[in-house]
Write a protein that binds this ligand. Sequence first.
Ligand SMILES: [Zn+2]
Length: 142
Amino acid sequence: MSGGFDAKLVSRCGIDCRVCVGFLGYTLSGGKSPEICGGCRTREKLCAFITNHCHKLADKDQIEYCSDCSDFPCENLKKVDKPYSEKFGVSLVENLMFIRTNGMEEFLKSEREKWKCPTCGGVICVHTKKCYTCETNKTGET
Ligand SMILES: [Zn+2]
């Protein structure tokens, strides 16, 4: 029972795309997203953060996670992490440190537990704290 949690869905900066509102097919404002995101790693372009702020990774695929970098956690990542932690209650730096210490398998296992919907066993979204499986059942959408 993986629930779709996968190392391929963990971004370089430590976001678990599996619980991201964009991956779940919705927008932060609550509507259905016209475009479902396949996760940061499956997209051709690197994320805005890396493109704009990370000169080490901007042109080469040298580093699997920001935590592999000698500058980790760099000022730029911290700048992204702070508002993200405050807003969504998840620290990207902590995610990466957890992965570094305990390994990816343990991280995925803990994510699965952490975001499991108590009602239906579906996945709770980190950004909206909603379970779209329950939401979908409620509104009758498919
Ligand atoms: Zn649910």
